[in-house]
Design a protein around this ligand. Structure first.
Ligand SMILES: [Zn+2]
Length: 249
């Protein structure tokens, strides 16, 4: 079992509840209110991570996204959890998307590092979210006009995310669902749900039911506790090189 996140039957009930096993043994049913909702994470702007200017201003649609697409970055599972590392990651992804892929800017709207640092990706993304709108990204082929993408640092074919990344991902999805009026049980998907790719990796994809439940809990909604299937190799195409997480644009 990975050390970072306890994935067990208890894990579905929330880490705070899992820690209070005594409560379970005494028969006290856990509730969504057992764990306090996570605060909206600090959002680091493009200026803060020293983004390059985009080749063109992003297109903003005057409507909310209807799905949140969870990705992995298909880069190393770094052990450096610092903010400076997170900023370096954002610059590297932007450089790859602009210089290698030839895109106008970073493709994804949001990025979360393994240290749990949340950063703006494509230009105008934070302003658009604040306005209830959608920046058209380059993150999920054929679905960029109705989805918002979160790139999570690392490669999660077999390994699971760090606790810091996980908590930030839950809080970020809760923030987005709240702003856009989305039901986490319906809105949160993985890249592989739209395109032929292993992204966000077999291990992280297997955690999406838990993600939806924890986001629902943070929003004060009902959880749909159900056992996630054990992670098994999907056979879907995995990364061929750094930052290759599947068809995006
Ligand atoms: Zn992806």
């Amino acid at each position: 079992m990975p050390a970072n996140i306890p994935i067990t039957r208890r894990g579905l009930l929330g880490s705070a509840t899992a820690a209070a096993m005594g409560g379970l043994l005494l028969g006290r049913p856990p509730t969504a209110s057992a764990a306090p909702a996570r605060a909206v994470p600090r959002r680091y702007t493009r200026a803060e991570w020293s983004a390059r200017p985009p080749k063109a201003a992003a297109t903003v649609l005057n409507r909310a996204p209807d799905h949140i697409v969870v990705h992995h970055t298909a880069s190393a599972n770094a052990t450096d959890l610092s903010l400076e590392h997170a900023f370096t990651l954002s610059r590297a992804i932007q450089n790859f998307h602009m210089d290698t892929n030839g895109w106008e800017d970073a493709g994804q709207q949001l990025t979360i590092s393994r240290g749990g640092h949340l950063m703006e990706g494509r230009n105008r993304s934070l302003a658009a979210i604040g306005a209830g709108d959608l920046v058209v990204g380059a993150q999920t082929l054929g679905h960029n006009d109705h989805t918002i993408g979160i790139e999570n640092e690392g490669t999660y074919m077999t390994e699971e995310p760090t606790a810091a990344l996980w908590d930030a991902l839950v809080a970020t999805c809760a923030w987005l669902c709240g702003v856009h009026g989305l039901d986490p049980h319906a809105a949160i998907v993985g890249h592989r749900d739209y395109n032929t790719t292993a992204c966000p990796g077999d291990a992280l994809y297997a955690l999406l039911p838990r993600l939806r439940n924890e986001v629902a809990g943070d929003l004060g909604m009902r959880r749909r506790v159900r056992e996630a299937p054990p992670p098994e190799p999907s056979g879907l195409p995995g990364p061929r090189f750094t930052f290759d997480h599947g068809p995006a644009a």
